[in-house]
Design a protein. Structure first.
Lengths: 393, 376
């Protein structure tokens, strides 16, 4: 038996307003950091193109296959805030899905932040607990599996998550940590008792990145062809992890991505040795086959599969350090409003926009960025940090 | 392959970017074994070439400064006459040289000033004509009262040309829209740059260019006034000469910048390089900029650059900051940010230098040879 574990990351960052050096130190400036109208516009657009139609489709498929088609989600805190503010029907449709019993939920940091890379893990733990409380409030559920922001992972993070009581943790199935070994099994960290699920990046990216690439030699990708590739895989589990926005947003409806998803379960069930499981079921059913040792953080982002996506140049490192220092002062002050603003500024996307990586990755960064390039991203964000810093003095 | 190239300036005689372009292009073509006879007006300085594939052929007896915009009719009359005379002499000289040394494969003209000669050679001998457009009359006039006499020559030259080379897509668009030339007749070849060494950086924000309406120095001064309040130790240097100099000096005084702005006047090549090297920010607020070689020169010297959004080079260049030339608030925001945030300045300098190294004359020469082959 080989199990398919299908998992979607659902996230929207809180984008910032234009903030110039002349705005630093203005009265009431802290109320003007976040660009509510742009955020609402993008959220509504993506909800209509992706979240609502894909949720409906998944609900139909789960019903059609009587719960044998199973999926997992991670919903970031910022995403849920958008739902509550602008379109409660989106969160309701996730609740519907969850009620079927064929849907699992994954834990992460509430703010989709880089807090796991801070010198100590207090803030990281607080943000995980915030997320836990949110999931408890909405779904009355306690996730068993954790996935850090963009699957950032190292031994220290794994140990912390094991200590916090989770049974599994998700990261990238990169050769950097596996060497010759296959991602299609569970592993365990060298330093703690928790099971590690590894993304099969080739198969995941076939759908996530390459599906609509006409120059790809496998274009067009059909559900039958894709299921056949999975069926040929050796191993216990094939982890297909991708952005939820893959459906209808990264690949528009016209590319046939919804038809692909519609036919996917049926195509999989043609192979009698395949089934679908959620992340919690994966860690219950399968045992680790080996250990992984990850002293330096990896992630599933960019070609480099490390944290250079967010901390790859001096601008990013400067902002990251400034943000950490501001946090220290805010915590001393114990000001709830400022704490929330600071946490919203921790969303990793803000640093992602400042990446100066060229070629293939650069194009991806530009696609997601609300700025005209990494330098404008830096100026805007750094100006806001300077303003916030002044408010603390 | 043997080319008759017609220009009006060549180092060390230099009034603008055209001399740099002709120098870079002819050197790299010569290295690829293209023989070039470069025709230009005779100058007081001695212009020559040490490369056996390049012959500099001076024509007539006077220098021509085509960037000076003839305001009064009297001067204008003399200027037009000098241009006609130069073109006639070039034609005679080319025909004479062909009789003596054999035919050229292509005649290649640069900008309007040389186009009549190119047309005439093509009509008399049938040799294919290529014209490179470095700027149009619309650019030079800043889109205010463009001179029909120049426009007509430009149009005629492009119509007669077998192919037109534009220095940017920005310029190609103008050639299509304002001159009615079919887009498939125009090849875009972006300029290149000879790198300038980095110097010891000082708190200097630099403007460098002709002080004409096209280059937008007045917007630089308005931004400077806004920066002064926030970064009082910064000096602003306006380098270059042109018909707007007196007006700009008055403007600087009116804006309360007399202790902050330095007008250098016309500088030597060495002085220009030194300035690029020691400046912390370079600003190119051109109203209309077909390419903007100076921006790439500044970037090559490790100087972060803020350029007009529409500047031709920036359509193919990522590692600089872009503004609308009229948006002096945003220009000031970016100048202050560059002065204040070391990591921004360092990252943009490093990435900019890396990217600018891709803009080589070798690449320009390859694309130019391709264009020659397509017509001969």
């Amino acid at each position: 038996m080989t199990s398919i574990c299908l998992y979607f990351e659902v996230h929207q960052p809180i984008r910032l307003n234009r903030f110039t050096v002349f705005n630093i130190g203005d009265n009431e400036s802290i109320t003007r950091y976040f660009n509510n109208s742009l955020n609402q516009e993008i959220f509504t657009k993506v909800a209509k193109k992706c979240y609502l139609p894909t949720n409906n489709l998944l609900l139909d498929l789960i019903k059609e296959f009587k719960g044998k088609f199973r999926v997992s989600f991670s919903l970031t805190g910022t995403f849920v805030e958008y739902c509550n503010e602008h379109m409660p029907e989106v969160i309701n449709s996730f609740k519907e899905l969850f009620k079927t019993g064929a849907v699992d939920l994954i834990e992460e940091t509430y703010y989709h932040s880089l807090a796991s890379l801070y010198d100590d893990l207090d803030e990281f733990e607080e943000q995980v607990i915030l997320h836990r409380q949110m999931i408890k409030n909405i779904f009355n559920y306690k996730p068993k599996v954790f996935r850090n922001t963009e699957a950032i992972y190292d031994n220290r993070i794994a140990k912390k998550i094991a200590e916090m009581g989770y049974k599994g943790i998700i990261t990238e199935g990169t050769e950097k940590i596996l060497g010759w070994r296959s991602p299609n099994y569970l592993y365990k960290p060298v330093n703690s008792e928790i099971k590690v699920l590894l993304r099969n990046y080739t198969l995941s990216d076939d759908v996530g990145f390459r599906f609509s690439a006409r120059l790809w030699k496998e274009y067009p990708l059909t559900a039958d062809k894709f299921s056949y590739w999975i069926a040929k895989c050796q191993g216990d589990i094939v982890n297909l992890f991708m952005d939820y926005e893959t459906f209808g947003e990264h690949h528009w409806s016209e590319t046939g991505i919804f038809e692909f998803l519609t036919h996917f379960p049926e195509a999989v069930f043609k192979h009698s040795h395949l089934d679908f499981i959620t992340v919690s079921e994966a860690v219950e059913r399968y045992a680790p086959v080996g250990e992984i040792d990850v002293p330096l953080a990896i992630s599933w982002a960019d070609e480099d599969r490390n944290v250079s996506t967010w901390l790859g140049n001096e601008m990013q490192i400067a902002c990251f350090n400034e943000l950490k220092n501001i946090g220290r002062k805010i915590k001393e002050k114990n000001d709830k409003k400022l704490l929330e603003i600071w946490r919203r500024l921790q969303t990793s996307d803000h640093l992602y926009y400042m990446s100066t990586k060229g070629l293939a990755d650069g194009a991806v960064h530009a696609y997601f960025s609300p700025y005209n390039g990494p330098y404008e991203g830096f100026i805007n964000y750094m100006n806001i940090l300077q303003d916030l810093k002044q408010k603390l003095d | 392959m043997k080319i008759a190239m017609i220009g009006w300036e060549y180092p060390p005689f230099k009034a603008g970017g055209l001399a740099t372009h002709c120098y870079g292009l002819t050197r790299s073509l010569a290295n690829k074994n293209v023989k070039i006879d470069f025709y230009m007006p005779k100058t007081k300085q001695n212009v020559g070439s040490d490369n056996p594939n390049i012959r500099i052929i001076p024509v007539g007896d006077s220098e021509i400064f085509p960037y000076d915009r003839p305001d009064s009719r009297e001067i204008a009359g003399d200027f037009y006459e000098a241009v006609y005379k130069y073109n006639d002499l070039v034609v005679k000289k080319i025909l004479y040289n062909m009789e003596k040394h054999g035919k050229y494969d292509v005649v290649h003209c640069h900008d309007w000033l040389t186009m009549n000669a190119g047309i005439s050679i093509k009509e008399k001998t049938g040799i294919p004509l290529i014209v490179t457009v470095h700027s149009t009359e619309y650019d030079r006039s800043g889109w205010l009262n463009p001179n029909q006499w120049f426009i007509d020559i430009e149009r005629k030259g492009m119509e007669h040309a077998n192919r037109v080379i534009a220095v940017s897509h920005f310029t190609k668009r103008i050639i299509v829209e304002k001159y009615g030339i079919p887009p498939d007749k125009i090849t875009v070849i972006h300029n290149a740059v000879f790198p300038v060494p980095e110097g010891h950086k000082k708190d200097i924000v630099l403007f460098l260019g002709r002080l004409t309406i096209q280059k937008g120095a007045e917007f630089f001064l308005r931004a400077a006034q806004k920066v002064k309040k926030y970064e009082p130790d910064t000096k602003f240097v306006v380098a270059g000469d042109g018909d707007m100099l007196p007006r700009l000096i008055t403007q600087a005084i009116d804006l309360g910048l007399s202790d902050k702005v330095i007008f250098t006047g016309r500088l030597s090549d060495e002085e220009v390089k030194h300035l690029y090297g020691i400046s912390s920010v370079y600003v190119m607020p051109s109203v209309s900029e077909p390419f903007g070689i100076t921006a790439l020169e500044a970037i090559s010297a490790g100087t972060p650059t803020i350029a007009s959004k529409t500047a031709g080079f920036s359509e193919a260049f990522n590692n600089c900051l872009k503004v609308d030339f009229w948006d002096t608030d945003e220009m000031a925001n970016k100048i202050i940010s560059l002065l204040r945030y070391d990591p921004l300045r360092k990252t943009i300098a490093v990435e900019g230098k890396r990217e600018v190294s891709l803009f080589t004359w070798d690449r320009v020469a390859d694309k130019t040879i391709e264009t020659y082959r397509s017509v001969s």
